[in-house]
Design a protein around this ligand. Structure first.
Ligand code: XIL
Length: 302
């Protein structure tokens, strides 16, 4: 196969990218997207500040642009994200507990129903755990007002809103076996044992020299898969360049392919030109849309 998407499809996986609606008018951007990728994640357009900046006033224009582009070309769409402490409008933090609950459930329901039938997996809750060794939950209006049970409630609401969508928990620094991933693992095991609806765990996989691809990456993906959930690599980018970057990318692809429930890989952007990472060159295509060594490494690992 000669594209990322077709090579991944040959292995029964999707190969996706984050997409920004604002770049769809750039012909090289769109040509690369359409040629290489079989799944898209709106980079910012489905976040709470974009879809419900004012309470109960929903705006889907930018997200619809991304979804319509993808669906019109047969690409899958990952929904990102419903409940997250970041890119959250200030009004949510000003609510009392009972109102946070109804606002959260209303947000999940309205956004999921708008996209019903169009989203293969939703990141229902994003980044709810703290970094470091505590395994504790991160402070947010949801955590602070509703306590640990907000995650379970969000997943139950999401299942009711769109029973066909796969429901994922998504986080970063959970890529290897560590205190944070142990805490997520314990939550997923608990959810599975009690019948709380969860179908998948997303591993963001933002790597750099301080936080490289962990040696136990595959083992960590596998232990989650063994709980009875799919695993997905959801926001992959790897700072660096040349052969070292290429080798890291190849190791991520090999880890996913070695885990039968690893259903797909999404890179967090098409081109280095628009990466969110300050160091600037973590993706598969350079700023001129030329394929980098990392691209070739991914293609041959698939
Ligand atoms: C990032 C986007 O790429 C940026 O454009 C935006 O300014 C901030 O958010 N974890 C996530 C993603 O789940 O939503 C974040 O995306 C990157 C970290």
């Amino acid at each position: 196969a000669d594209t990322l998407g077709s090579a991944a499809a040959g292995k029964g996986r999707y190969f996706g990218t984050a997409v920004a609606a604002g770049h769809l008018g750039e012909s090289a951007y769109t040509a690369t997207l359409n040629r290489e990728f079989t799944s898209v994640t709106p980079e910012n357009e489905m976040k709470w500040d974009a879809t419900e900046a004012s309470r109960n006033v929903f705006t889907f224009g930018a997200a619809d642009q991304v979804v319509n582009h993808a669906r019109g070309r047969g690409m899958a769409v990952r929904g990102h994200t419903l409940v997250w402490h970041s890119q959250l409008p200030g009004w949510v933090g000003g609510l009392a507990a009972a109102d946070v609950r109804s606002a959260m459930n209303n947000h999940i329901t309205r956004v999921m129903q708008h996209y019903q039938g169009e989203i293969h997996s939703w990141d229902v809750v994003n980044e709810a755990f703290q970094d470091g060794g505590s395994g504790a939950r991160r402070s947010s209006p949801f955590q602070d007002k509703l306590g640990d049970g907000f995650i379970e409630e969000a997943f139950r609401t999401a299942r009711a809103a769109d029973p066909a969508a796969k429901l994922c928990y998504n986080d970063y620094n959970t890529d290897g076996v560590n205190a944070k991933s142990n805490a997520v693992y314990a939550m997923v095991r608990d959810f599975k044992s009690r019948g709380v609806p969860i179908d998948c765990v997303g591993f963001q996989s933002h790597f750099n020299s301080a936080s490289p691809v962990p040696a136990d990456y595959q083992a960590n993906l596998q232990r989650f898969a063994d709980l009875g959930v799919d695993v997905q690599i959801t926001e992959l980018d790897i700072e660096g360049s040349g052969t070292a970057q290429a080798n890291s990318y190849a190791s991520v692809v090999r880890a996913c392919l070695a885990v039968s429930r690893c259903t797909g890989i999404t890179v967090w952007g098409i081109t280095d030109k628009y990466s969110w990472r300050s160091s600037g060159t973590p993706l598969l295509f350079d700023a001129n849309y030329a394929a980098k060594p990392a691209y070739g490494a991914v293609l041959s690992a698939l």
